[in-house]
Design a protein around this ligand. Structure first.
Ligand SMILES: NC(=O)C1=CN([C@@H]2O[C@H](COP(=O)(O)OP(=O)(O)OC[C@H]3O[C@@H](n4cnc5c(N)ncnc54)[C@H](O)[C@@H]3O)[C@@H](O)[C@H]2O)[C@@H](O)CC1
Ligand SMILES: [K+]
Length: 463
């Protein structure tokens, strides 16, 4: 499990540790880790041209101390301050003492640039002086961000205006949520964690890895039969959109439930059966429902009355009543994309896109449900536990019908007994992995994602 911590939490842990250690110990640890990563990225440290972009705070201090270490190994190190009057004094003395120099402009050529402009003390978008330095980063240089790419909000991943685009981010003490959540995540490149000895409480965000997902996958035992493994009911599709039902069933059949039941118009049921003859047709007991696309209100209301877990997606999300959801006794899982989330919150779509973390938290609070917010870095939040950030997926997943496969899959996992947050995050993980496999660099369609799910499932289980 990759865990991430808010700035407030990291600061508190740092204060607690700093009080017990000689002054400067943590910054030395951070700088040593940063310098080691930089050295590993260079073919040769001796003679390498390294540029440090140095901000006014301790993030700049990290860059200066790391630069001093690299200068001692024979690199040519140039520090370019954002504000010449404000540089970490100890770091500056160390760099100059090691033979580094300070320049007022970014050199035209560099092998490696360290972004030490802003760390967890950065607020808002980069101010003009910082943005001007970032614009001058020489093309072809490897960019290494200290702690986080400057301009990325550490707590949320939000980017307002200019931000550094790093190849590698060397982060200190703990991952920050903004390194896992887009748009920040896509600015961070490969993220490396340097342990500086912090003791941390419960995380604010977490990203499942293969082993975590493997531990959550439902496994049939010797005594299992199709009913004990769970039946998932799919209430989706209309004469106009029969495909949504077929795709949701396609996802559900690969999600670990023992059987999939389809409830809907006869013509749609026939389309489902033509593709998947193993589907049960018509009403009956289920362990979880998926209420999805192409629906009228009455069908949704009926399903929400059933005291079993219910996943609500697409058209099913329209005009949802928060009070009605809060009154439910069984778990509810909502799976909106940004547009649907915006409608549920009564805000603009851009607001959701720019503030994905705040939006998913607000939705979970307002509707008393687990919410899976689809998009670049899908988020899952149940209002209490850490937000789950999905690390798999590919931009090719932005294709018609892929959401129907996801809702069928997540519903199937709910029917198999997983909690709302587990079903949602396992489904998002497998779905993203299947899409990567199916796409491998070329366009894909939703059915291929469903067909790649068993391979993704096996991948996850392979140690
Ligand atoms: N506290 C600690 O124990 C440790 C801190 N470390 C480093 O210290 C960093 C935090 O240092 P600071 O608290 O000094 O904060 P930062 O160095 O992140 O930045 C704060 C400074 O930047 C300015 N600033 C804020 N937003 C700006 C913007 N949008 N544009 C331009 N300037 C802006 C502020 O006026 C302030 O002077 C961490 O990210 C990490 O790199 C590490 O050395 C590890 C140990
Ligand atoms: K930085």
């Amino acid at each position: 499990m990759r865990t991430a911590y808010s700035v407030e939490t990291v600061r508190a842990a740092e204060r607690e540790l700093m009080a017990r250690l000689p002054e400067g110990t943590l910054m030395r640890r951070a700088a040593a880790g940063l310098a080691a990563s930089c050295a590993g990225l260079l073919r040769r440290v001796y003679g390498a041209r390294i540029v440090l972009l140095v901000g006014p705070g301790d993030n700049g201090g990290d860059a200066l101390y790391a630069g001093a270490r690299l200068a001692r190994r024979g690199a040519g190190v140039t520090a370019v301050p954002m504000d010449p009057g404000r540089m970490h004094p100890g770091g500056l003395a160390a760099l100059l003492g090691a033979g580094g120099r300070v320049a007022s402009a970014v050199p035209g050529r560099a092998d490696l640039v360290v972004d030490g402009l802003l760390g967890i003390g950065g607020r808002g978008g980069l101010r003009p002086a910082a943005a001007a330095l970032v614009e001058r980063i020489p093309p072809g240089a490897v960019v290494v961000a200290a702690d986080l790419p400057s301009g990325v909000d550490a707590d949320t991943g939000e980017v307002v205006g200019a931000a550094v685009r790093a190849d590698v981010t060397v982060t200190f003490g703990a991952y920050k949520p903004g390194l896992l959540i887009d748009p920040g995540a896509s600015r961070a490149g490969a993220v490396r964690l340097v342990d500086i000895g912090l003791t941390l409480p419960a995380p604010d965000a977490q990203a499942l890895q293969h082993a975590d997902v493997a531990g959550l996958l439902p496994e049939p035992g010797a005594a299992s039969d199709k009913y004990r493994r769970g039946v998932v009911g799919i209430v989706a599709g209309s004469a106009r959109y029969p495909g949504a039902a077929v795709l949701a069933v396609a996802g559900a059949l690969r999600g670990g439930a023992g059987a999939v039941r389809y409830v809907g118009p006869a013509a749609v049921g026939e389309a489902v059966l033509a593709r998947y003859p193993e589907t049960l047709i018509g009403r009956g007991r289920v362990q979880a429902w998926v209420v999805g696309p192409g629906l009228g209100d009455e069908r949704r209301a009926q399903v929400l009355e059933d005291p079993v877990p219910v996943l609500v997606d697409a058209d099913g999300l329209r005009g949802l009543d928060p009070q009605a959801l809060r009154a439910r006794t069984a778990p509810t899982l909502l799976t909106p994309h940004a547009g649907e989330a915006a409608a549920l919150l009564g805000v603009g779509r851009e607001e959701v896109e720019a503030g994905r973390l705040a939006s998913v938290r607000a939705l979970a609070q307002r509707y008393g449900a687990t919410v899976l917010l689809k998009g670049s870095t899908t988020l899952v939040c149940d209002g209490t536990a850490p937000v789950r950030v999905n690390p798999t997926g590919t931009p090719w997943l932005a294709t018609a019908g892929s959401g129907d496969v996801l809702s069928g899959l997540a519903g199937s996992l709910l029917a198999a007994g997983l909690s709302g947050p587990d079903a949602a995050s396992v489904a998002a993980y497998l779905h993203g992995l299947a899409a990567r496999r199916a796409a491998s660099g070329a366009p894909l369609h939703a059915h291929e994602v469903a067909e790649a799910l068993p391979a993704a499932w096996r991948d996850v289980r392979t140690p």
